[in-house]
Design a binder for this molecule. Structure first.
Ligand code: GLA
Length: 368
């Protein structure tokens, strides 16, 4: 880390002319172990922070409103003015940072001109939340410099808001929460409906986690992500109408898909006229149930049981939610047929990105 910080410092000086008053902040990427595409339905998710991260070097630049952004792996400086943040929507790079800064200002943070240099180790588009990590690193760095007194959950919510309202990705809270609240050697069981959470020790015994990158970028905005969100909204209204039709008072119907149990789904499944919507809803409701089971089997030390649920989760998102694709499916099938792999599944938004695998530590090279 020391060498990395030194390198960043040198680069900062080369780009911005001086490193006086320079400070460093960082935020990690995440892997989600189980619970996919249900954070925006009020479901449980089970992510863990990674050692892959974004480090940002930052200093005030003495101007009232010029924000200069650079990255160690990009040419050039991307700038915008705090008095016209909207313009930063069009930046080729830097809109996540601008969106977060806009949120901070909205919450009363008195931001002035800054120079920032980002150094990221999370492969972009790999489904490991490089954008949430940029959002959290920006939030922590800028709010610390300008006396904003926010905890990491507030910063996570601001990151999500930035992504929803400034970057046009209608994501849930999982990635930002995991980046802001991750803890070494633990995963977080998070209820995305209430933001209640608990840390669960990630004891994999003789196994390791391997992230296998398909190198197909998942490009959330352009992908089917927002379409899936729309489909589950339609699905929620079908469930609610079915509840009412069965005699439940309008004021008592459930507000989020993940408040329904698998039994509820089976009870109301005849109400679906569109098979695709029904499949999406089935995935969401059963996946939420799987997360609860997965956390209890893990807490009981049953890694094989956890791996089995991972595989079920993968097949559900593959066939019912249809958020994988040839590359992820090939990667999953290869892992599934490997005898040293306890469990494998796609992870993150899907349509590309990584699989997460639990692999016997003596078989790592064979697995790779
Ligand atoms: C992306 C989104 C998250 C979540 C996952 C799928 O990572 O940013 O909010 O919806 O996809 O589980």
């Amino acid at each position: 880390m020391k060498n990395r910080i030194n390198d960043i410092k040198l680069k900062f000086k080369a780009i911005f002319g001086s490193d006086e008053g320079l400070r460093f902040f960082a935020a990690p990427g995440r892997v989600n172990l189980i619970g996919e595409h249900i954070d925006y339905c009020g479901g449980y998710v089970f992510p863990a922070a990674l050692t892959l991260d974004n480090v940002v070097a930052i200093r005030k630049n003495g101007t009232s409103g010029t924000v200069n952004l650079a990255a160690t792996d990009l040419e050039g400086i991307y700038s915008f003015d705090l008095n016209d943040i909207e313009k930063a929507r069009d930046l080729k790079w830097g809109n996540y940072q601008a969106g977060v800064i806009k949120e901070l200002i909205k919450k009363g943070c008195k931001v002035e001109g800054i120079d920032m240099l980002f150094d990221g180790t999370i492969p972009f588009g790999s489904g490991l939340s490089s954008s949430a990590s940029i959002e959290l690193a920006t939030g922590i760095a800028v709010s610390t410099l300008f006396g904003g007194n926010f905890d990491n959950i507030e910063l996570a919510l601001m990151g999500q808001s930035a992504e929803n309202n400034f970057c046009d990705v209608n994501c849930g809270i999982m990635d930002q929460f995991a980046s802001g609240m991750g803890k070494e050697n633990h995963a977080i069981m998070l209820n995305c409906g209430t933001l209640e959470y608990k840390y669960v020790p990630l004891d994999l015994g003789d196994n390791v986690l391997i992230l296998a990158n398909t190198c197909k970028k998942h490009a959330l905005g352009a992908s089917k992500y927002n379409e899936r969100r729309h489909e589950v909204e339609v699905g929620l209204s079908v469930m609610q109408e079915a509840e009412k039709a069965s005699g439940v008072n309008a004021s008592d119907v459930k507000n989020a898909l993940c408040e329904y149990t698998p039994d509820d789904f089976e009870k109301y499944s005849a109400a679906f006229t569109d098979n695709i919507i029904k499949n999406r809803v089935q995935h969401v409701i059963y996946e939420n149930d799987r997360v609860k089971k997965a956390v209890s089997v893990l807490e009981a030390g049953d890694l094989q049981g956890f791996g089995k649920l991972m595989r079920e989760a993968n097949q559900s998102i593959r066939y019912l939610y249809e958020a994988t694709g040839d590359e992820l499916d090939a990667m999953y099938d290869a892992a599934e047929n490997f005898d040293g792999c306890i469990g494998s599944r796609m992870c993150g938004g899907g349509f590309g990105g990584c699989t997460v695998n639990i692999v016997n530590r003596h078989r790592i090279d064979d697995f790779k």
